[in-house]
Write a protein of this length. Structure first.
Length: 293
């Protein structure tokens, strides 16, 4: 009886749900940090430890949260629905991740050139120092030229973040916001928080743009499997590009996809937005037909 009352109170109170999730997130994150620091050492151990930390930060809390607040159908409530849309609609999401590359790289360039002005140079210098530290850590992580290193990076850099971050930001956050507001606003806010939580100012715009694409395709298809696949493709492509760069097969993986052509940028933006709009129209048409039955 008391258990049912607790569950009902959680469903009614947004504040209680947020507080509960933050408590779960804090405890789980601390456990992950301790496990990573105590049991994993050395270069490979540090990578594995980072993966363990990511699991406890992004994967464990959503499962625990939905177990406590949803006694039935936890996986479905979280967003793990079967891939009900046509297979080609799922492939559109993957195609979008490649088509949008010129736009994403251009947003990165614009973001990196943003300035706080002369009066706030100390803030800009501080942020840039943090960004350089994060960049150095990332490059060290991606600096592999063996198949074993490539596969390990695909798991730690691509797979775990794709699963965990989509569960957190689309499965928990976006779905919660969608119940309270217009879905476009919910997707926008979720993407902004998704980008902000990475604490990389000079990567905020491109990461938010990717968050918007992931959010829209999750909402359109109704399945986390879609956004997880898209997220994995995006991160996995970067891992593979750096591997090929380290092997000497390609050059300058960091600036892959950059272009000075306005027409290529325009085409990239047009096709990306067109694919999202078309997918949205398919969803609206499907819902309308269901309502008429």
């Amino acid at each position: 009886m008391n258990d049912n009352l607790f569950t009902e109170n959680l469903k009614q109170s947004t504040g209680m749900r947020i507080f509960l999730y933050l408590v779960i997130l804090l405890i789980s994150t601390l456990i992950g940090i301790v496990l990573a620091d105590v049991f994993f050492t050395g270069d490979t151990g540090i990578k594995i430890g980072q993966g363990i930390s990511s699991i406890f930060m992004f994967v464990v809390p959503p499962f625990v949260y939905y177990y406590l607040t949803r006694k039935e159908h936890q996986m479905q409530e979280l967003g793990f629905h079967s891939l009900t849309p046509q297979w080609w609609l799922i492939l559109i999401g993957v195609a979008v991740m490649f088509v949008c590359i010129p736009v994403t790289t251009q947003l990165t360039t614009w973001n990196e050139n943003l300035s706080f002005g002369n009066n706030l140079t100390w803030i800009e210098d501080w942020i840039k120092s943090l960004e350089e530290t994060a960049k150095a850590a990332t490059e060290k992580m991606l600096n592999v030229d063996t198949i074993g290193g490539l596969l390990l990076n695909l798991v730690i850099v691509a797979l775990i973040p794709a699963v965990g971050e989509e569960m957190t930001f689309r499965g928990i956050l976006q779905q919660s916001l969608t119940r309270k507001m217009n879905p476009h606003l919910a997707i926008f806010l979720s993407a902004a928080i998704f980008s902000f939580i990475h604490f990389q100012f000079y990567g905020f715009l491109p990461r938010m743009f990717l968050g918007l694409l992931l959010g829209y395709m999750f909402y359109i298809t109704g399945s986390l499997w879609t956004s997880m696949l898209m997220h994995f493709v995006n991160n996995g492509a970067a891992v593979v590009l750096y591997y090929l760069d380290n092997k000497g097969i390609i050059e300058d993986a960091e600036h892959f996809g950059e272009t000075q052509s306005v027409w290529i940028l325009f085409a990239s933006a047009l096709v990306t937005s067109g694919l999202i709009a078309w997918s949205w129209a398919i969803k609206k048409g499907k819902v309308k037909r269901q309502m008429q039955l």
